[in-house]
Design a protein around this ligand. Structure first.
Ligand SMILES: C[S@@+](CC[C@H](N)C(=O)[O-])C[C@H]1O[C@@H](n2cnc3c(N)ncnc32)[C@H](O)[C@@H]1O
Length: 260
């Protein structure tokens, strides 16, 4: 089994460039086993053979492995727009915002929100909820510890200000941000949703969902927002039936809850 796992790691790195061996093994094995049982493969050697010969499965495997990929200030120009268009006016009117990062992965997204609010000079009174279905991702998010490549898009000035260097290739988000973000497990396919939000970020999550599932999710997001609340979606996730699902489009990738 040991040798089989090593063989898979070497071949996957050769085929995809993804260094499986760099991931914590128990979690990776758990994830691999769930992938194998889904596609009906019974061991690492059989999986390796399949990936070597089936380009479609290889792509599916890559998607599966990178499903947690996230980044601080992901699509930075969109976060600039969010700040200028929605956050600045709200904060300058003294609003205390309730924000939800739904599908928060390793925490880069909700921590980005906490950083932006601090840069707007508004640190207290806001609530940032961050949820994900993946316990490993949530553990990482709560710890707030990142490798160099994970903070590569944070400009050096921000990195010095908001992170502490805790190892040769390790950056830990400043403690104050960890206190400002509340992480919890939540399945976006579950029937119950929290409510009363001014802003929901759900970015790069629904791409793996079917169309009816997405529609249902957006309907629920609309119900979870306060009147005029904003939903911020990912760069490939325009909502075509926005009106029907309870939104009006205010700018590409920003939707406002529609008042009936
Ligand atoms: C690609 S990451 C996106 C992270 C972040 N929103 C961003 O844009 O950088 C997708 C995340 O969605 C989470 N996810 C997938 N299905 C989910 C579900 N049913 N409920 C909650 N989170 C889910 C995954 O665990 C993963 O962490």
């Amino acid at each position: 089994m040991e040798a089989d796992y090593g063989y898979l790691c070497r071949r996957v790195e050769g085929l995809t460039g993804i260094r499986l061996a760099a991931y914590k093994r128990p979690q990776m094995e758990r994830r691999l086993k769930s992938f194998m049982s889904r596609i009906g493969v019974d061991g690492f050697v059989s999986l390796t053979r399949l990936l070597e010969h089936d380009a479609k499965r290889l792509q599916e495997f890559k998607d599966f492995l990178t499903i947690n990929v996230s980044d601080f200030f992901r699509n930075a120009e969109k976060f600039d727009e969010l700040r200028e268009r929605f956050l600045k006016p709200a904060v300058s009117q003294g609003q205390r915002l309730k924000i939800w990062s739904a599908g928060c992965s390793n925490g880069s997204e909700p921590y980005t929100m906490a950083i932006i609010l601090e840069e707007l000079g508004s640190v207290s009174g806001h609530t940032i909820w961050a949820t994900d279905i993946d316990d490993d991702a949530l553990d990482k998010a709560k710890a707030g510890v990142y490798r160099g490549y994970e903070v590569r898009n944070v400009d050096p000035e921000r990195r010095e200000k908001y992170f502490k260097r805790t190892g040769p290739d390790e950056w830990t988000i400043a403690e104050r941000f960890r206190r400002r973000v509340h992480f919890a497990r939540h399945d976006l396919l579950a029937p119950t949703f929290p409510g009363g939000f001014d802003l929901i970020l759900c970015r790069n999550v629904v791409i793996y969902f079917t169309e009816p599932t997405k529609d249902e999710l957006y309907r629920k997001f609309s119900e979870s927002l306060k009147p005029s609340g904003i939903l911020f979606v990912g760069g490939a996730e325009s909502i075509f039936k926005a009106h029907e699902l309870g939104f009006e489009s205010v700018a590409p990738f920003f939707y406002r809850k529609r008042v009936a």
